[in-house]
Design a protein around this ligand. Structure first.
Ligand SMILES: NC(=O)c1ccc[n+]([C@@H]2O[C@H](COP(=O)([O-])OP(=O)(O)OC[C@H]3O[C@@H](n4cnc5c(N)ncnc54)[C@H](OP(=O)(O)O)[C@@H]3O)[C@@H](O)[C@H]2O)c1
Length: 287
């Protein structure tokens, strides 16, 4: 089975590789014999992952990168091309989340930071990867979210950044088809990772265990999310909506007001209730 992997020997950049879905993508690609460039800010984690990937059959190069910084993304691509001679697949996975009402934000600094990481981070890496991807007739894989189709109350910055990413991905798919580059938009629902514990509030404080308490046993693992992502990327699919994606997106298109209500009643409210049980500081009192 490993012999058949379309990723064997391919040069793949994974942003946000130090944790969660990105780390799992790297592990699975390493097992399939890919040459990995691992990007994120936490260097020690990247170095440990690179060692693990080498032991699993891949090549791996950690490149500390803040994707919000355009110059660092340009450097990421330069290092990748100089070390491995090109790029076959760019997985734009790095992301962060915020749970805060707009009116509670002291200013717009953190709202802009969400856009800088989740949207411009993708744009920065994609722009500098385009010549190499055109040469390889490669793949771009953008990890957005179902939150890029169904807005989340209390997470306007996250929703805005992911809606923007959906638009960018759809436009680029058509624009780059002539260059032979496939653009795959991936929209997970809730996946058990560190994203929720690192969610920031209006002031940039992490929700930590409150964020973790939102997860239930039924939610998807990072391993499964990575498997689904790579299967879609291998087939050069346009869009990968993880459950309950397709019915949710169709319902939103046909019945937008009803979908707002369902999102609030059946997804957000129960999650906030679960978190409130652990909220001894009253951080969620006004939600
Ligand atoms: N978990 C979910 O429920 C879920 C659902 C839908 C979509 N997603 C999306 O899936 C993607 C991966 O998230 P995850 O769930 O795996 O979360 P995670 O475990 O928190 O991983 C996020 C990754 O992004 C990196 N990152 C954050 N800011 C960065 C920056 N400025 N520059 C470079 N790297 C940065 C982090 O590394 P460093 O901190 O080391 O930089 C980390 O490796 C995100 O785009 C997220 O929006 C997740």
């Amino acid at each position: 089975m490993l012999q058949k992997s379309p990723f064997r020997g391919q040069v793949v950049i994974v942003t946000g590789a130090s944790s969660g879905i990105g780390r799992e993508l790297a592990r699975q690609l390493a097992r399939q014999g890919a040459k990995l460039v691992l990007a994120a800010r936490r260097v020690e984690r990247l170095q440990a992952l690179a060692e693990e990937c080498r032991a699993l059959d891949g090549e791996a190069l950690p490149v500390p990168t803040d994707v919000a910084d355009e110059a660092q993304c340009r450097e990421l691509l330069r290092v990748c091309i100089s070390e491995f001679g090109g790029v076959d697949m760019l997985i734009n996975n790095a992301g962060m989340s915020q749970f805060a009402k707009l009116a509670e934000m002291p200013d717009l600094t953190l709202f802009r930071r969400l856009m800088e990481v989740n949207f411009y981070g993708v744009l920065n890496c994609t722009y500098y990867a385009l010549p190499a991807l055109t040469a390889s007739r490669g793949r771009i894989v953008n990890i957005a979210s179902l939150g890029g189709y169904l807005a989340i109350p209390g997470a306007s910055s996250y929703s805005a950044s992911k809606f923007a990413l959906v638009g960018l991905s759809d436009a680029l798919r058509m624009e780059l088809a002539g260059n032979g580059i496939a653009v795959t938009l991936v929209c997970p629902y809730w996946v058990v990772t560190e994203l929720n514990e690192n969610i920031i509030d209006a002031h940039g404080r992490h929700y930590t265990e409150l964020g973790r308490s939102v997860y239930t046993k039924r939610m998807m693992s990072a391993e499964r999310a990575a498997e689904i992502t790579l299967r879609g990327a291998a087939k050069r699919k346009a869009r990968v909506l993880m459950p309950p994606g397709l019915p949710a997106v169709l319902t939103r298109t046909l019945f937008p007001r009803l979908t707002d209500w369902i999102t609030h009643q059946f997804f957000i409210r129960p999650a906030v209730e679960r978190a409130k049980k652990h909220d001894d500081k009253g951080l969620l009192d006004n939600l």
